[in-house]
Design a protein around this ligand. Structure first.
Ligand SMILES: *Cc1c(COP(=O)(O)O)cnc(C)c1O
Length: 482
């Protein structure tokens, strides 16, 4: 049951209403007409975006926009992305590195969490680079105007064409395996300029366990990603013999939605050991990329460390290990995805049918589901919701929020605590910025939702709602079937 546990609210009378999900102090700021000064609030510890408020009509407001009005204007389902929250998260990462790491540092946005032009453009304006995992993500990032110097290309089966595209665009390549290394040696040999070697980083599997969903654990040795550190000598020997490749860095990523700090603390010192070894092979390593993985709050019981705490642990672990080894500090990179974009977005749906199964459960169905948010059906992920037009109403009902797709498993929330609702009410599922739009599909030929970017009362479309025409755009009807 949602009880407001662990979430302090300004006004106890609202504790069992949608108000319980607002950030501490939001009500006070509303009264003062001020919503600035987010620096001390880590977005990944909040359920709602930092600008979320309840307005005088009892409606949820995000980025100064009434969510009910947004749905009226743009339809539903609707992804609503709060620019201030995304920017605050970017800034907190950057400022924490300035505070805790005496060497150079660079934060990359793991764009697989949500890749589109507007998101890439915002993170780049906040000084972040971008991590990409496919030709399509490279293309999107370049189209957004991001400097290719700050684009890092990941993936465990990059094609020759994708590699060529990345190299010609000036991106850096994070090499995952022997097959890819061979492809790169071939491509380096073909390079016409012949002068500039291809900048690569080597991805290693650190063998660090962390307690997260099995599907998203990537750091343990039984993983499809990265070189086995037992082959470190072979990899370094091989790379050091390739004049066409400049190995400028080492990379590791241990998993996602991680709430513990210890794994990243351990990773920092393991990576510095690898760095020392690489130096023995004469590799020109300047960068250590420690990956992403900081978790976010999806429910009241989720208690991730703040961005500031995470960076402090990572920075100190690398700094201390370098001091012990008496080596200069490398440039330290990290590549968060979820903790940057996840808390900045909510999805608004319109509530439709209600089915009461006596003594068992009540199903409320919304106008989207697994096609716009496949995480619950894929990972049994938990979400929380509020009703945007009933933020002051007491949450007196426990219901299941069902999607509209033809799968019994298409349930967005198994047990949602909500006020009594009617068809047409606006349900808002929180913390949907990461791995929702980017994993969305057209299952049941449902068009993908629109996305709006909200800031200080303005709302701009950043993704058009797909049309039925879009759905058949790539379809072809052979002559004999016409
Ligand atoms: C997915 C991924 C990330 C981002 O992970 P988050 O948990 O979203 O921060 C970073 N680096 C690599 C290599 C990844 O695969």
């Amino acid at each position: 049951m949602v009880s407001g546990q662990g979430v302090e609210t300004q006004n106890l009378a609202y504790q069992n209403s949608g108000h319980q999900f607002l950030r501490d102090g939001a009500a006070v700021e509303l009264a003062n007409g001020s919503v600035n000064g987010f620096d001390s609030v880590s977005p990944n510890q909040q359920l709602l975006p930092l600008t979320a408020q309840v307005n005088s009509e009892g409606h949820l407001e995000i980025g100064g926009c009434d969510v009910v009005d947004l749905v009226q204007q743009f339809g539903s389902p609707l992804y609503i992305l709060d620019e201030d929250t995304l920017r605050a998260a970017c800034r907190q990462y950057r400022q924490a590195f300035e505070r805790y790491y005496p060497g150079a540092a660079q934060v990359l946005y793991a764009s697989k969490a949500w890749s589109c032009l507007a998101v890439c453009a915002i993170v780049a304006r906040e000084g972040l680079g971008v991590d990409v995992v496919s030709g399509g993500e490279i293309f999107t990032t370049l189209e957004a105007g991001v400097d290719p110097q700050g684009i890092y290309f990941h993936g465990n089966n990059k094609s020759r064409d994708e590699l060529q595209f990345a190299i010609e665009s000036g991106c850096k390549i994070v090499v995952d395996n022997w097959h890819e290394l061979k492809l790169l040696v071939g491509l380096a040999g073909e390079k016409r300029d012949g002068v500039h070697p291809i900048s690569i980083l080597i991805r290693l599997t650190p063998g660090i366990e962390c307690h997260t969903h099995e599907y998203i654990r990537t750091g343990h040795l039984d993983s499809k990603f990265g070189f086995d550190p037992n082959q470190l000598d072979d990899v370094f020997t091989s790379v050091s013999q390739q004049p066409g490749l400049a190995c400028i860095g080492l990379h590791a990523h241990i998993g996602s939605q991680i709430f513990e700090l210890q794994p990243h603390n351990d990773l920092g010192s393991v990576m510095v050991q690898w760095l020392c070894k690489a130096t023995q092979y004469g590799l020109p390593i300047k960068e250590l990329n420690i990956g992403g993985g900081l978790g976010i709050r999806y429910t009241e019981s989720d208690d991730p460390p703040s961005i500031d705490e995470w960076v402090r642990v990572v920075a100190e672990s690398v700094r201390v290990a370098c001091e012990e080894q008496q080596i200069p500090l490398p440039k330290l990179l990290c590549e968060p995805g979820r903790s940057l974009i996840g808390p900045a977005c909510v999805t608004a749906y319109t509530i439709g049918s209600r089915k009461v199964v006596p003594d068992i459960r009540t199903y409320l169905t919304v106008d989207g589901g697994m096609s716009d948010n496949p995480r619950p059906i894929t990972y049994q992920s938990l979400y929380r919701a509020v009703v945007a037009n009933r933020m002051n109403a007491p949450m007196t009902e426990l219901v299941a929020i069902a999607g509209k797709h033809c799968e019994s498993g298409d349930i967005l929330i198994k047990e949602a605590s909500l006020p009594i609702t009617e068809p047409g009410d606006i349900l808002v599922v929180m913390a949907t910025g990461a791995y929702n739009y980017s994993m969305s599909s057209n299952y049941n030929r449902v068009p993908r939702p629109a996305a709006v970017l909200v800031k200080e009362g303005d709302a701009n479309i950043i993704l058009q709602r797909e049309t039925y025409q879009d759905l058949v755009r790539q379809d072809r009807l052979p002559e004999r079937l016409k």
